[in-house]
Structures are given as structure tokens and as C-alpha cells.
Design a protein around this ligand. Sequence first.
Ligand code: NAD
Ligand SMILES: O=C(O)C(=O)C[C@@H](O)[C@H](O)[C@H](O)COP(=O)(O)O
Ligand code: ZN
Length: 391
Amino acid sequence: MSIPPRSETTQPDTHPSRLRSLESSTEITVELGLRSYPISIQSGATSRTDKMGFASRLAEAIGDCTHVILIQDASVAASAGQAIIESLPHHGVRVSILEVASGEASKSTDRLTDLWGELLACGTDRRSVVIAVGGGVIGDLAGFAAATFTRGLRFVQVPTTLLAMVDSSVGGKTGINLPGGKNMIGAFWQPHLVWIDTDFLSTLPTREYVSGLAEVIKYGVIEDAEFFEFLESNIAAIIRRDPEPTRLAIARSCQSKARVVADDELETSGRRAILNYGHTFAHAIEATAGYGAMLHGEAVAIGMQMAASLSVDLGYCDAGLLTRQTALLEAAELPRSWPEADPAKMIPIMARDKKVAHGKLRFVLPESIGSVKLVGDVPEENVVAAIQAWI
Ligand SMILES: NC(=O)c1ccc[n+]([C@@H]2O[C@H](COP(=O)([O-])OP(=O)(O)OC[C@H]3O[C@@H](n4cnc5c(N)ncnc54)[C@H](O)[C@@H]3O)[C@@H](O)[C@H]2O)c1
Ligand SMILES: O=C(O)C(=O)C[C@@H](O)[C@H](O)[C@H](O)COP(=O)(O)O
Ligand SMILES: [Zn+2]
């Protein structure tokens, strides 16, 4: 099974990220000049001792390394965490293991402060390397600890959820939440390597796996119409976690994210903001529901519905787009509405969105499948109507 490469005529690829297929592995490069790094997508290769294994890729990406700090989600300590530890050279590398409790609540100032103390206590110096093993929560938290401890440690992302494989491990956004806003404290800090072993997905609960599909579908809407069509035809197989379509969906998502990040690493030109499709609503849903009550991907699915409704309402796209997006989200078994959505609670939180410029909210709105634009000056009554459409 294969999806065709993006057609040059309809979708000029001005910053192509290299995609190489090697047997059952795929390698994508995030092109950022001196900060470029590989995303290695494998199936079951973590403990291989040859050049395809984790240890070889780590050595290639990092160079000298005598101290590794594994920051891992407690729920993958015995599986992915253990596989990474066993793959590391037994001599010459000291390994410190720091565990973080599962869940969004760990992306907090309290947990971060403790983590800084734990890094200090285990003798971390500026040549130490942080390896984050877990989902987006661990990647965001450990990445921010790496960005800030002694003004910056090299770090590696080993994502173990679908969402982290397709989105959060790539692109260098790291950070924690404040009670009043998602990811309000953070830094752009790129990893040196993203190591994706799809075998780690075998233990992931269905609800978490499905949550990751929201970000996968996002790429189709924002910049890859061919991928959206591929997902429409293959969503049932991807939900079953059939290896080939699942690996293709992960690779194509990473390719999309790598392309956008290479274009606008620090979200200054506006290009990277497209990755925030649905997120202005989603972050307000997560904050008002209470962090962790609604999964990030679930909130993104509902947020994409609200954004698409807003776009139809303002005349930027036709209703057909919303129909196709609704059908795909439904086929992916993602929520499309939230009965408790309250515009009066959500709008003040949305006002703190990181896309706000000169005090005005900006929304990523679809024009057609595969194309979105950043729109400012949206009347509040239309925003309220878009929220109310999905209660
Ligand atoms: N930095 C970015 O660019 C970016 C992008 C998207 C999302 N995010 C952030 O990512 C977070 C969501 O990430 P997530 O969905 O991975 O959630 P998560 O990290 O909370 O992981 C989800 C759950 O799955 C468990 N888990 C992880 N791997 C497992 C495995 N292999 N087997 C069994 N259980 C496993 C975890 O313990 C947790 O309970 C949010 O905080 C979101 O804001 C960041
Ligand atoms: O990488 C990006 O850029 C994204 O916006 C990806 C989003 O999926 C992700 O949820 C991100 O953490 C949101 O960032 P924020 O800047 O809106 O906090
Ligand atoms: Zn997201």
C-alpha cells in the first residue's frame, strides 16, 4: 500500500523534508540548518544492535555521551522505558532514571520544579543527554526541563503515544500549563533525534490512540488534501492499527509537520500557526473542562468542528468541507461536540491564545481541504455561534 508523493504541480513543496524508505523503516529530516535532526520511524528496531537500532542512531545524532537521563512516563517504564535502557551501551554510559506520573497534571510548575531538583541531584552537567520516553505530556515537560536546565541540554524524543509520534515529538515546542492557559510557559527547543518505534503503540489504550487521530486528520485539512483522501479510504484499517496504513499515516503526518516547522520554526511568519487549526477552541475546552478531563486530541477534534463552522459562517469555505471533516472524525470515532461548552467561559480563555496579536484573536480557518488561512477581526457573535453549533 502506498500513497503517492505530493504532486509538485498542485502542491509546490518549497521546503521539502527528505523522506527515505528503507525496508520497514522510514527516515524524515526536519530541515533546520545546524539544528536539523532525523525522525526515525521503525517497527520493533529499538533493541537492534546493528546500525538500524536505537543505540546506533543515538550515537550518530548525539556524538559523545557519558550520562543519559531517561525521563519517562511511569506507565511505560516496564515496556518502552526498559527497551531503551537495555539498548544503551552497558559500558561508559551512566543512566539516571526519572519517573513522571501519567497525565496532563504533570505539565505543571510544581512538577517542573521537582524535575529540576532531580536533575541536579543525579549529577546532570551540560554534556548530559535527556531522553524523554512517553506521550506528549512527557515530551513537553522533559523538553522544557532540558531547554532550561543549565541553559540547555541535548535531548531526544522517544514518543510512545500516537499523538506524540505524529505531532508533539516533532518541532521543538516544549512547555507546561498554567491553570488559566495551556502551554503558557515554554520554549522552542529542538530535539537531536526523534525515535519512533510503532511497536510501542501495542499497549496504548484505544481512547488514547483515537485521540492521536485528531492531529493526523488535522494535517489533511491544513495542507495535504491527498492525505485527507487516503485517510477517508483507510480510516477503519488505521483504527484497527493495521501495520502498513498506520505506519504510512505516521510517516505522512511527520512529513507534514517537518515541512511546516522547516518553513517557520518559531511561528513568526504565520505559516507554523496552521498547526494550531482547531486549537484556539480546543485549549479553551481543555482549560474549562479541567486539564485531563478531556484528552487533547478529543478537544482538537471538537475545536476543528467549531473552526470549520466559523469558516462556513464567514464565507471562507463551503459547507461540503464541514461535511467531509465531520464524516472523517466520526469514522475515526472522535467526539464532534461538547454539551458543556460555554462561550462565556471559553472566550476569556481564548483571549490568551498565543496567536493573539495586538489584542485581537486570530483563527486558523479552512478554505478547502488541504488549505487554511489565518484570519483576524472575527466578530465575537460568530465565535459564539461556532461554539454553540457543537454543543
Ligand atoms: N509540543 C507539541 O507540539 C504538542 C503537540 C500536540 C500535543 N501536545 C501536548 O501533548 C499532550 C498530549 O499528549 P498525549 O496524547 O500523548 O498524552 P499523554 O502524554 O498524557 O499520554 C496519554 C496516556 O497514555 C499513557 N501512555 C503513553 N504511552 C503509552 C503506551 N505506549 N502504552 C500505554 N499507555 C501509554 C500515558 O501514561 C497517559 O496516561 C498535551 O499536553 C498536549 O498539549 C504538544
Ligand atoms: O507544533 C505546533 O506548532 C502546534 O501548534 C502543534 C499543536 O498540535 C500542539 O497542540 C501545540 O502544543 C500547541 O501549541 P500552542 O503554541 O498553541 O500552545
Ligand atoms: Zn495539538
